[in-house]
Design a protein around this ligand. Structure first.
Ligand code: N01
Length: 863
């Protein structure tokens, strides 16, 4: 029986959910002096651990880490019994926590919030409970979990069945005895995989209906991991701090070993170690690139399949249990105890729904295309409407009467997964757009709760009544979340991370995959920047520092961080031979470049002697001839050679289906201005004249260049126009130097920290050209007459000192009547798009570049 209700009708905060999030939130907010009540439709604390009582339910994060870390005394007072705790033990822990901090007196059990609407005039949330009560609060916080709303059974005939029906997510408290019963389990996600071995122990007959086989590794449950226990006993605080700044919320040493380059021996050794360890983040981190690179991922996936085949006796069943339709890790992998072994039991059978789809649930069981099955009980382990479902299940209405459900119709939109524009003072704990389900939840929960509590405290202390993100900040974060997902393999899977498990749900990657560490830093940074992206209002004051917290592509940021740790000397401080040697050494570490049909080296006559060139012939179409692109590498007229831009040339060749002739023009300081420009023009003329011999289509000629190479490509176009030929069909200018003015705003914004610095650019200029020459049109093509030039594609990068001159060239070409396409390399630096196979986010930009090339030639792009 619930005690008589004493809920005041006006509170500082109302929290939905009394699981890990809600309990800690209640504790923190109360400590900070706020009046707060928690509502939960469950009969007790526990959240997910209250409901999911199916046999075998356990956490899949070691108990050393799946535990609150906010209070060392709490940690000392509780001892976990196993590496992976059972549901009853975790529920017992949360009850212990509730008692220890006297939390229950502010929790209303068996009561759900059904509606919340923002009263803009009163600056309060009006809430309605499922008992028909009304109350008001200043802050409304949903701590309702990411996987708390079960997916309704989307199988025809689900209502017809007259036998016993169970849902893993709503298991009877008194338990279920399957002894002697014929049982069906539908679903082989974590819930199915954990419960199947235990149901098989009781049932007389167990039939598992599997739509998608899942990757699962043995949990090797037992005592808590000794190494983690030791680290905790030696330095608890250090361990917890390491968790906060780890990628997944568990202290782990990340590897830099790549699956694609590791030896077979190293691959096997690392995989077996992770298999033995039996930890989720261990098996997800066998190789640094397994979440990004399909080849590396397949190495791990196949080793897991080998284990399945070695465990399951019947080869046909084993094969049906081997996941092959998604990359490992793109659907949540499972930790199991004897899952695959269970299929060796004579009374357990797997029905592969890919071969025999369910046609209907019937009164007595399940009909598939080939068979009719009768059961005493059906267990649905069919999952959840993840992340957004629990939030939109409440009718939340914000400013202007817009509901959250309506706002999120095409997918959730949040600032950091914490708040959403149009819903002031409405917070989510581990909402969509935060690491949440990809992390150790307890660490992510504590971080969110701490952030929200600090925010509310600051608002109160500074006299603010409302807080709401700005549209710019929210859109920027949403872009960053998707940018992070786009470089991973995750969006390829039909997973609940993508909303793909619920019919009709928009296909959007829901959590933030950039890491717990990166996420925490983003949250801390925006606070340090005066709550960047939030609007705070109070009587007589309004504060808003608008902006976007992360604008750089995530893989570009990683490359910059890695380079910073190497601590290379600035190139401009070195003698030229040393700078060239460093660049060659870095280039030698690059991953294998894309395959093309053929690569041949040759030499062409230049004004100062022969110029080496490298010709890339496409693999498709198999038969030539092909259009030709004359390409000039980057390197400030000083650095670079045929090898330096080899990956980029291969990539452009493979994508565009054109021959790429990369010309090694003369360099400064040995050969100063105008040597490079003259060589470029000579090379274009020679290639044009010899197109047929090179395998090209005469007259189908374009030029391309990156950086200083873009400079001489642009200059060659002007010289060709003035000389009356050759006819160039298009110019692809990637982050080109087009002027000698180093005072543009992009030099101010990006002059330092992004590899190409203002200092390095000055060094290049000094080596190449006398100050008196720097207005020459063969150096500063922006200052020339641009009318009559070939159509252009100009690529600019956000974090490039040369950004603004590129933009100025776009405008000037446009003004001169030249067809011009501008490609913005959003979130990129001067060098990052060229990093083929390293910076994955550069690929779409290069695809656009290739499309521009094929557009010059009037043909379709190939890739
Ligand atoms: O749900 P799921 P879950 N017909 O969505 C199948 C966490 N968790 O409850 O993959 C036939 O993963 C569905 O098939 P498919 C953990 O994060 C953690 O198991 O959509 N089959 C799938 O096999 C986990 O990822 C633990 O083709 C249907 C299964 O049902 C998340 O919760 C324990 C179907 C659903 O798998 C969800 O896990 C448990 C249909 N119409 C859960 N609809 C720990 O270990 C669905 N399926 C801590």
């Amino acid at each position: 029986m619930n005690p008589p209700r004493t809920v005041p009708d006006e509170l500082d905060a109302v929290v939905v959910g009394a699981g890990f999030s809600g309990l800690y939130l209640l504790h923190r907010l109360r400590q900070a002096g706020f009046s707060v009540k928690v509502f939960d439709s469950a009969g007790d604390v526990g959240g997910t651990w209250y409901w999911n009582r199916y046999p075998g339910a356990r956490c899949d994060i070691p108990t050393t880490d799946y535990t609150y870390g906010f209070d060392p005394e709490l940690e000392a007072a509780w001892t976990w019994s196993e590496k992976y705790a059972t549901q009853p033990e975790i529920l017992g822990y949360l009850r212990f926590v509730a008692d220890r901090y006297d939390l229950r007196r502010d929790i209303e059990f068996s009561t759900g919030i059904t509606a919340a609407s923002w009263d803009a005039a009163g600056k309060r949330w009006n809430l309605t409970t499922d008992r028909g009560e009304q109350l008001r609060c200043r802050h409304y916080i949903m701590a309702s979990g990411c996987l708390s709303l079960p997916k309704s059974p989307d199988i025809i005939g689900a209502g017809l069945y007259t036998g016993e029906v169970y849902y893993t997510s709503r298991w009877p408290h008194e338990g279920v005895d399957f002894t002697g019963k014929r049982v069906a389990v539908i679903g082989t996600g974590s819930s199915g995989i954990q419960s199947i071995p235990l149901i098989a122990e009781q049932a007389s007959q167990l039939t598992v209906f599997q739509r998608t086989p899942n990757f699962s590794i043995p949990a090797h449950n037992g005592p808590a991991p000794a190494d983690r226990l030791q680290r905790l006993s030696e330095d608890r605080d250090g361990y917890r701090e390491a968790a906060k700044y780890s990628r997944g919320g568990i202290p782990n040493e990340p590897t830099d070993i790549l699956g694609i380059t590791a030896s077979e021996e190293v691959r096997r050794e690392r995989f077996e170690a992770a298999w033995e360890q039996g930890e989720l983040f261990g098996i997800l981190g066998v190789f640094a690139d397994q979440g990004l690179n399909p080849i590396s991922n397949e190495i791990v996936a196949e080793m897991i399949r080998e284990k399945i085949r070695a465990t399951v006796n019947d080869p046909e069943t084993a094969e049906a249990l081997c996941p092959k339709d998604h990359y490992f890790g793109t659907k949540r992998p499972c930790l199991d105890t004897n899952y695959f072994q269970t299929y060796n039991l004579p009374h357990v059978r797997l029905v592969d729904l890919r071969k025999q789809p369910i046609t209907s649930i019937t009164e007595t069981g399940v009909d598939t295309a080939d068979e009719s099955h009768s059961f005493d009980a059906i267990v649905y382990a069919t999952g959840f409407d993840a992340m957004t479902g629990p939030v939109t299940a409440v009718d939340v209405t914000g400013t202007d009467g817009l509901s959250l459900k309506e706002k999120w119709v095409a997918g959730p939109s949040t600032y950091l997964g914490l708040m959403s524009v149009g819903f002031p003072n409405f917070f989510m704990i581990t909402g969509p757009g935060s690491p949440s389900v990809l992390s150790n939840m307890t660490v992510s929960i504590e971080q969110h709760v701490d952030w929200v509590t600090d925010c509310l405290t600051r608002m109160r202390d500074q006299g603010f009544e409302t807080i709401e993100p700005t549209e710019l900040a929210e859109a920027g974060w949403g872009q960053h979340v998707q940018d992070c997902a786009a470089i991973s393999l995750h969006p390829t899977a039909d997973s609940w991370y993508m909303g793909a498990n619920v019919p009709g749900k928009p296909r959007v990657f829901l959590p933030y995959i950039g890491g717990v560490d990166a996420y925490r830093r983003a949250c801390d940074d925006l606070v340090a920047q005066g709550y960047l992206g939030f609007r705070l209002s109070g009587p007589g004051r309004d504060e808003c520092r608008d902006g976007v917290i992360r604008t750089m592509q995530p893989d570009v940021a990683v490359v910059l961080e890695l380079l910073a740790t190497v601590g290379l000397p600035p190139l401009e401080t070195l003698p030229v031979p040393d700078a060239r040697a460093i660049m060659s050494a870095i280039n030698a570490t690059r991953p294998p470049s894309p395959e093309v049909g053929e690569v041949t080296d040759g030499a062409l006559p230049g004004p100062g002697g022969d110029l080496p060139y490298r010709l890339y012939r496409p693999a498709v179409p198999a038969e030539g001839p092909y259009p030709i692109v004359v390409y000039f590498h980057g390197g400030g007229w000083v650095l670079g050679d045929l090898d330096s831009d080899d990956p980029l040339c291969r990539d452009l060749c493979a994508r565009s289906g054109a021959i790429v002739v990369s010309v090694n023009y003369r360099h400064a300081p040995e050969d100063r201005f105008p040597a490079a420009a003259e060589d470029a023009f000579a090379a274009v003329r020679w290639v044009d004249a010899n197109a047929a011999d090179l395998g090209g289509i005469p007259g189908q000629l374009a030029v391309a260049g990156w950086s200083a190479g873009g400079n001489i490509a642009a200059v060659a176009c002007q010289l060709a126009r003035d000389a009356g030929g050759p006819r160039i069909l298009g110019q692809l200018l990637m982050h080109p130097v087009v002027d000698s003015d180093l005072t543009r705003q992009s030099y101010v914004d990006n002059g330092d920290g992004y590899i190409l610095t203002k200092g390095l650019m000055s060094w290049f200029w000094d080596h190449y050209a006398d100050p008196a020459d720097r207005g020459d049109l063969r150096l500063a093509p922006l200052r020339g007459d641009l009318a009559g030039l070939p159509p252009a594609c100009v690529v600019t990068a956000d974090f490039d000192p040369l950004r603004d001159e590129g933009l100025a060239y776009v405008d000037a070409l446009h003004a001169a009547g030249v067809p011009v396409r501008h490609v913005r390399a959003r979130g990129h630096t001067h060098t990052s798009v060229t990093m083929v196979g390293v910076v994955i986010s550069g690929a779409p930009v290069r695809a656009e570049m290739a499309e521009a090339l094929t557009g010059f030639f009037g043909v379709r792009t190939l890739a």
